[in-house]
Design a protein around this ligand. Sequence first.
Ligand code: 5GP
Length: 120
Amino acid sequence: GMADAGAPTIFDKIISKEIPANIVYEDDLCLAFRDIAPQAPTHVLVIPKIRAGLTQLSKAVPEHKDILGHLLYTAQAVAKSEKLDKGFRIVVNDGEEGCQSVFHLHLHILGGRQLTWPPG
Ligand code: 5GP
């Protein structure tokens, strides 16, 4: 549901600016900042400012559709502002086998080099 279930994560402290992050975009609903351990020349995370139960994508309910659309729209806008005109990838890791490590929904934007497929 929309209740903010789940333990706080490091991203709460980034949202509240208790810990620094290299922020590339921010609005009322979301924050985009550079990943601390970049896997590509450009590696930006886009997160909702209010987690609202979205510890991971698979927790989505119909009430999350607007924020999910906003996050995906923002990701492509950030890719443009990062000049990823030759292409990029948006990734959402979900759960253990998806290699999710932070349980606050986030979209990875990866680009700036030739990416490979399939991913590992
Ligand atoms: P996940 O593995 O959950 O899909 O992605 C979590 C991402 O958050 C990882 O790529 C990791 O490097 C990044 N990350 C974890 N802690 C921090 C932090 O304190 N600051 C920033 N900028 N990124 C972080």
